[in-house]
Design a binder for this molecule. Structure first.
Ligand code: PMV
Length: 321
């Protein structure tokens, strides 16, 4: 790379909402995730010289990455390493724009790793298949999630609703979504580290193997039911299964009072179902609603309670032709 002027590359990676079975997916249980059309965007420049600079420009101000800085550097280094790049032989600049700073649980870290990989490839003029992008991004995601299932980077790469089963080949397939998926995403105001929550569940599994294998069976049933409900466009059925998914996550110890308060509130306000989404321990809650006016009203009420909230449509994506 020596002697090369930096050329700019840009990349995007989708965030995601897990409709059913976060955490259990780490252990090979099927899970369903759908992209959120608020991607993470990264600009990268690779040129001659040496050094690594990472800048984050949050749309809403502040410094949301304060606690995650060292993780972010480490993730970038792992991605660079996987691509055969090094900050001792190249001058690398990374800029990340973010409109949902710190809202953990929405796959922002995987979105970042995918966007970064795409941006680096573009900067280098190096063609890279989605499969390769996904594989490289996974190595960065390992920093944030300890033992990532791969579901986040997969949705971040392909931007498709997925049925994901770790250990199966291929691990994911596109799932058909038979209804508009309007959801309210409420932020607990507490950023959480996914890997801490993943480790918590690992301890729970080691301490209660029988109970955990019961969860695995139950969660598999929930996933199958959720897939059928999604495909048939049965929002009520899907919502009921999301409620059951949340109950299981509570028992696994990854919910908290703020998430539970939002979940109960949204159900009382008429949500079809509500659950935490992603790693938990803070982060975000997801409530399935019937239409945008209901969702906007619910998000407004959550805001009044002090929880930042948005109403968005999860992307069903284009049907395969
Ligand atoms: O907190 P997030 O958005 O990184 O989501 C984590 C999802 C988990 O199932 C808890 C971990 C994983 O790798 O699947």
């Amino acid at each position: 790379m020596k002697g090369r002027n930096p050329s700019e590359g840009k990349g995007r990676g989708f965030r995601k909402a897990i409709l059913i079975n976060e955490h259990l997916v780490v252990y090979g249980v099927p899970a369903i995730a759908v992209p959120i059309l608020r991607p993470v965007e990264v600009t990268a420049r690779v040129g001659s010289g040496a050094g690594l600079r990472i800048l984050v420009h949050p749309a809403t101000g502040g410094n949301p990455w304060k606690d995650a800085d060292s993780d972010r550097f480490e993730a970038v280094r792992r991605v660079l390493n996987k691509m055969g790049l090094s900050e001792t032989e190249n001058m690398i600049q990374v800029e990340c724009g973010d409109d949902l700073p710190g809202w953990s649980g929405l796959g922002s870290s995987a979105g970042f790793c995918v966007a970064l990989t795409r941006a680096l490839c573009e900067s280098l003029g190096r063609p890279c298949s989605d499969e390769e992008i996904n594989r490289i991004a996974y190595t960065g995601e390992e920093v944030f999630a300890a033992n990532p299932s791969g579901i986040d980077n997969t949705v971040a790469t392909y931007g498709q609703p997925v049925w994901f089963e770790r250990g199966r080949m291929p691990a994911w397939e596109r799932i058909r979504v038979g209804l508009p998926l309007w959801v309210v995403i409420g932020y607990s105001g507490r950023p959480a580290r996914t890997r801490d929550e993943v480790e918590k569940v690992a301890l729970c599994r080691d301490a209660h193997t029988d109970v955990f294998s019961g969860f695995v069976q139950e969660a598999t049933r929930l996933a199958r039911g959720a897939r059928t409900a999604l495909e048939r466009g049965d929002g009520k059925g899907l919502g009921a299964l999301m409620d059951q998914g949340h109950a299981m996550l509570q028992q696994l110890g990854v919910s908290n009072e703020r998430l539970d308060e939002m979940v109960v509130f949204c159900r009382r306000q008429g949500a079809l179902g509500a659950k935490l989404t992603g790693g938990g321990g803070g982060g975000c809650m997801l409530a399935l609603v019937s239409d945008p006016p209901e969702g906007e009203a619910m998000a407004g009420l959550l805001e009044q309670m002090g929880y930042p909230a948005i109403c968005v449509e999860l992307a069903g994506g284009e049907e395969p032709s």
